[in-house]
Design a protein around this ligand. Structure first.
Ligand code: ATP
Ligand code: MG
Length: 412
């Protein structure tokens, strides 16, 4: 029965995977807090227009990837493919314009109907931040510094590189649009069908095409940097000067554009060569017109999102920090459970095997990576005591049961 398989592109996270996954999320939340960001939780589904009107009608996400359905009242609903549009919607519907600047962190599942591959799923998870209400390039520097801080905390500084570009302001983009349209029109018949459609509706999107033929044409296209207005150039220079001042290494990639429509000025990605084709681990940019486009008060914004699966693959494993105490009954199993319960109520992690001889139980203590074993032999029990064995050092002592929690707490 196919319905007993997980849906293609979705995964169960078993405890080891879930631990790696949570570690990335917790690191991201901790880093965000250091920079003054608070967590926001928005629904995982929204009215379809929240995404279709903001991400861009010609974007891959909107044209091919959204999980859209009519709910029982006939409303068109979409499972969120990304986090920014929902946060912007919450900003508007919650009337948050009074509390600017606003620094928000989010995490959770996202949904895109893509071709599943390593690092490319249909339900995946992101952590992300949005900084709303700050026009200054200092905001761009600050959110990039936060991203860099997180990647450092995860031990990834040597595995990623920051690429940054500018998409300019509206005037720069209008000028560039003309230059680019003129160039691409010469190759119209060689472009992919998708890109021919994009050429008429949103030529910048062609720069983001994944089609091989398109990429060859795009390689020689004129650069955005050549169409920048002086003030857009000044803005970009301020961002890169800030990064230099904070010792954050970057490369100016003049070909970098982002896949969603709402970006302006700063666009950036942290990429790696260690994950094959799925090399972007964290990406973001500035979106000064997004909230106005959605019908809210014009509010500048900048943010990024990172793929938790990609980050956790890259960061690899870390041992579970909490090592339990193994409680090993030799006689009455309920007496052992009572001891384990006392340790647990005292805030210690205790592991209790359900059956087996001493040898089996010691093997289990090893498997759960226990630091100590509490062995409840009949003789000690009669004296109201237990044997405490140090599983790393191999030494053991008899400890009165009444003093067990305090003793262990001192040792752990
Ligand atoms: P890509 O170029 O890999 O398709 P994207 O530009 O669509 O990425 P964004 O929308 O910027 O990605 O999302 C930010 C991050 O979320 C990506 O850098 C990536 O780490 C992660 N991500 C995006 N789509 C997926 C997916 N289908 N599966 C797993 N992670 C994803
Ligand atoms: Mg994509």
């Amino acid at each position: 029965m196919s319905s007993l398989q997980p849906v293609r592109g979705t995964h169960d996270l078993l405890p080891d995977d879930a631990r790696r996954h949570r570690r990335v999320e917790e690191a991201a939340l901790a880093a965000a807090r250091r920079y003054g960001f608070g967590e926001i939780m928005t629904p995982i589904f929204e009215f379809t227009e929240v995404f279709s009107r903001t991400l861009g009608e010609t974007s891959d996400v909107v044209t091919k990837e959204m999980y859209t359905f009519a709910d029982r009242s006939g409303e068109s609903i979409t499972l969120r493919p990304e986090g920014t549009a929902g946060v912007a919607r919450a900003f508007i519907s919650g009337g948050l314009a009074q509390s600017l600047p606003l620094k928000l962190f989010y995490r959770g599942p996202m949904f895109r109907h893509e071709r599943p591959q390593k690092g490319r799923l249909r339900q995946f998870h992101q952590v992300g931040v949005e900084l709303l209400g700050v026009e200054s390039p200092l905001a761009d520097v600050e959110v990039i510094a936060l991203a860099w801080g997180l990647l450092n905390d995860l031990g990834l500084a040597d595995k990623v590189r920051l690429e940054i570009n500018t998409l300019g302001d509206a005037e720069s983009r209008a000028a560039y649009r003309n230059t680019l349209t003129a160039y691409l029109s010469e190759f119209r018949s060689s472009l992919s069908e998708d890109s021919r459609a994009r050429l008429d509706r949103n030529p910048l999107r062609v720069l983001d095409s994944k089609d091989e033929g398109d990429r060859r044409i795009v390689e020689n296209a004129p650069l955005m940097t050549e169409s920048l207005t002086p003030s857009a150039r000044e803005f970009f220079d301020a961002v890169t000067a800030g990064l230099t001042r904070l010792d954050i290494p970057y490369t100016h990639n003049t070909r970098l554009v982002r896949g969603l429509d709402y970006y302006c000025h700063t666009a950036f990605e942290f990429t790696t060569t260690a994950l094959g084709a799925q090399g972007t681990v964290l990406a973001g940019g500035r979106y000064d017109e997004l909230i106005a486009q959605m019908g809210g008060p014009r509010t500048p914004g900048i943010g990024w999102a990172a793929g938790v699966e990609r980050l956790s693959m890259l960061a690899g494993d870390v041992a579970d920090q909490t090592r339990p105490v193994a409680v090993i009954p030799m006689g009455d199993p309920l007496a052992a459970m009572a001891v384990a319960e006392r340790l647990r109520r005292a805030g210690l992690a205790a592991d209790l095997g359900y059956s087996g001889n001493m040898k089996k139980r010691m093997a289990r203590a090893n498997k759960v990576n226990a630091r100590f074993a509490v062995i409840l032999g009949e003789d000690e029990a009669a004296r109201g005591a237990a044997t405490l064995r140090d599983l790393d050092g191999g030494t053991q002592d008899e400890i009165p049961l009444a003093a067990l929690e305090d003793h262990l707490r001192r040792l752990l």
